[in-house]
Design a binder for this molecule. Structure first.
Ligand SMILES: Cc1cc2nc3c(=O)[nH]c(=O)nc-3n(C[C@H](O)[C@H](O)[C@H](O)COP(=O)(O)OP(=O)(O)OC[C@H]3O[C@@H](n4cnc5c(N)ncnc54)[C@H](O)[C@@H]3O)c2cc1C
Length: 445
C-alpha cells in the first residue's frame, strides 16, 4: 500500500541543492530590486544562474524529457515549487515562470511543427518571453462574454478587440490571443479560437501597463491593456483547431492553477517562518511574543492552515500523476484554487500583524504577500467560480430523495433496524423475560 509521506533519498538531494542555491544565490540576487530584469542584468546576473540550474538537470522541470524537461511529474514538482515559491525571481531562474510555461505547454500540445520551430524552442530556452491575452476589460471571469474577434480575410485572420491584464506583454515577442471566430456556433464553447501573434505585428498596441498593488507609477506595471486593431496574421497562426480555444485554455489554466498553488505553499511557509522568527525575538514586559498565548494561538492556527493546504496540494499533484488527465482532477484543482488565497491571506496578514508597524511597512515583504494573496483569488478565475465548480463536482455523485423525510431520518432508520433485527430482538427480550419490563428494555436499548 503506497500511502507514505517520505521523499526518495535521491530526490531529497536535489531538494537540498535547491534549498542551498535559493539561500545563497537566488535570494541575495532578488534583493537587488528590478536590476536583474534589465537586458544587461539578465545577461550578467540571471543567465549564469540559469546555467547552473541546467547543469543540475533542474531546468524547466514541469516539462517532459521530449521538451527538454525532466519529466519529474507533479508531485516532485510540488516539492520543488515549495522552495521556489518563497521568492518571485526563482521561477525565472528555474525556467518555469508563468505565463511562458503555460504558453509553451499548449504550443507543445497543439502546435504545428512550424509553430513549434518558431516559438517553442526559444520559449523553452528562456530566450524570448510571451503573454497570454485572454481576459478582456469588459469582464474576465466568463470567457463566453469575450468580444475580441478574429475573422478570415483570404489567407489571413484579422483580429480586433481589447485585452486586459496580459501579463508581461511589454516584454513579450509572442502574444497568445483568445478570440471569437465562430459566434454562431451552436455550442457556445466552440465559438473561440487561439492565435499566435508576434507582438511586433502592425495594429498591436499596448494602451497601458497596469501595476498590481498600491503605490508605484501609473503605467509602470507588467499587466498590459492591449488593443488589437485590424491585426493581420497568416491563416496558420491559428493554434490547434478552430473553435478549440476553450478546451485549450482549460488545459493551460489547469496546470497553471496547480503550479501557482505549489508556489503559494512555499510563500505561506515563508510567511509562517518569519512570523515565528519575530515571535521568539521580540520582547514585551511579559517576555517574548512567543510566550503569549494569543500569539501562540496565531502560530498554531497558521501552521495547521498551511500544512492542511500543503497536503491538499501534494495530494492533488499525486492525483494528476496518477490519472495523467487534469479533467479527472477538476474537483481537487478547484479546491486548492479556492483554498490558496484564503490560507495565504490569513498567514501573511498574521505575520504582518506580529511585526507591528514594521510589518505594514515597505521594508518587509508582507504587504506584497497580502496583495499576492488577493491576486491568487482573482487570476485564473475568481474564487466564486471555482467554488461553484467544486460544489458541482461534489454534488454530481448525489441523487435527490423524494420522500418528505430523508432516508437518514433517525426514526426511519430505527424502524428499519428493528425490522432487520426482529428475531434477535425477540431472543434478547425472552432472555430477560423474568426481569422487570424497564430493566429488559434498558438492556435492549
Ligand atoms: C496579477 C494578475 C495577472 C493576470 N494575468 C492574466 C494574463 O496573463 N492573461 C489573461 O488573460 N488574464 C490575466 N489576468 C486576468 C484574470 O484572469 C481576470 O482578472 C479574472 O479572470 C477575473 O476577471 P475580471 O478581473 O474581469 O473580474 P470580473 O469578471 O469583473 O469579476 C469581478 C468579481 O466579480 C465576482 N464574480 C465574477 N463572476 C462571478 C461568478 N460567476 N459568480 C460569482 N461571483 C462572480 C467575483 O467576486 C470577481 O472577483 C490576470 C489577473 C491578475 C490579477
Amino acid at each position: 500500500m503506497a500511502w507514505d509521506f517520505e521523499t526518495d533519498p535521491e530526490f531529497q538531494k536535489k531538494l537540498d541543492w535547491i534549498e542551498d542555491f535559493m539561500r545563497e544565490e537566488v535570494e541575495p540576487l532578488s534583493h537587488l530590486g528590478v536590476a536583474p530584469y534589465s537586458s544587461v542584468g539578465r545577461e550578467k546576473l540571471i543567465k549564469p544562474l540559469q546555467q547552473r540550474v541546467k547543469d543540475q538537470g533542474l531546468w524547466a522541470c514541469h516539462l517532459g524529457p521530449e521538451l527538454g524537461g525532466q519529466g519529474f511529474g507533479q508531485l516532485k514538482l510540488a516539492l520543488m515549487n515549495e522552495k521556489l515559491g518563497r521568492n518571485s525571481l526563482a521561477p525565472t531562474i528555474f525556467g518555469c515562470q508563468a505565463p511562458d510555461t503555460g504558453n509553451a505547454e499548449i504550443i507543445a500540445h497543439y502546435g504545428t511543427q512550424a509553430q513549434k520551430d518558431r516559438w517553442l524552442k526559444p520559449l523553452l530556452e528562456g530566450e524570448i518571453r510571451s503573454a497570454f491575452s485572454m481576459s478582456e476589460p469588459t469582464g474576465g471571469s466568463d470567457p463566453l462574454t469575450f468580444r475580441t474577434t478574429a475573422a478570415l480575410d483570404g489567407n489571413e485572420w484579422v483580429i480586433n478587440g481589447e485585452k486586459w491584464f496580459s501579463t508581461n506583454a511589454r516584454y513579450a515577442k509572442l502574444l497568445v490571443v483568445y478570440a471569437v471566430t465562430d459566434p454562431d456556433a451552436k455550442d457556445p464553447y466552440r465559438r473561440t479560437s487561439i492565435f499566435l501573434v508576434p507582438t511586433e505585428t502592425p495594429g498591436v498596441e499596448i494602451v497601458r501597463n497596469v501595476a498590481v498593488g498600491a503605490g508605484g507609477e501609473i503605467g509602470g506595471g507588467n499587466e498590459a491593456y492591449v488593443r488589437y486593431t485590424n491585426v493581420r496574421v497568416p491563416r496558420d497562426a491559428l493554434l490547434g483547431d478552430r473553435g478549440a480555444a476553450f478546451v485549450i485554455a482549460q488545459v493551460r489554466l489547469g496546470g497553471g492553477r496547480v503550479h501557482h498553488a505549489m508556489r503559494t505553499v512555499g510563500a505561506c511557509k515563508h510567511a509562517l517562518d518569519l512570523m515565528c522568527r519575530r515571535a521568539v525575538s521580540r520582547t514585551t514586559r511579559e517576555g517574548r511574543l512567543s510566550d503569549l498565548q494569543m500569539v501562540q494561538d496565531q502560530i498554531a492556527e497558521s501552521w495547521i492552515a498551511v500544512e492542511s493546504f500543503r497536503l491538499l496540494v501534494l495530494r492533488t499533484a499525486w492525483l494528476i500523476d496518477k490519472h495523467k488527465d487534469y479533467a479527472k482532477v477538476r474537483k481537487d484543482i478547484a479546491a486548492i484554487k479556492v483554498a490558496m488565497p484564503k490560507v495565504y491571506h490569513d498567514v501573511a496578514t498574521k505575520a504582518a500583524h506580529l511585526h507591528g508597524a514594521l510589518g505594514v511597512s515597505n521594508e518587509m515583504p508582507f504587504m506584497h504577500m497580502v496583495t499576492s494573496s488577493l491576486v491568487m483569488g482573482i487570476a485564473d478565475g475568481p474564487t466564486e467560480v471555482h467554488k461553484v465548480t467544486l460544489a458541482k463536482q461534489i454534488l454530481k455523485d448525489y441523487q435527490p430523495e423524494n420522500d418528505l423525510f430523508p432516508s437518514y431520518h433517525i426514526p426511519r432508520l430505527r424502524e428499519e433496524a428493528h425490522k432487520r433485527f426482529a428475531r434477535e430482538l425477540e431472543e434478547i427480550k425472552s432472555h430477560y423475560a423474568g426481569r422487570s419490563r424497564a430493566a429488559a428494555n434498558a438492556q435492549v436499548e
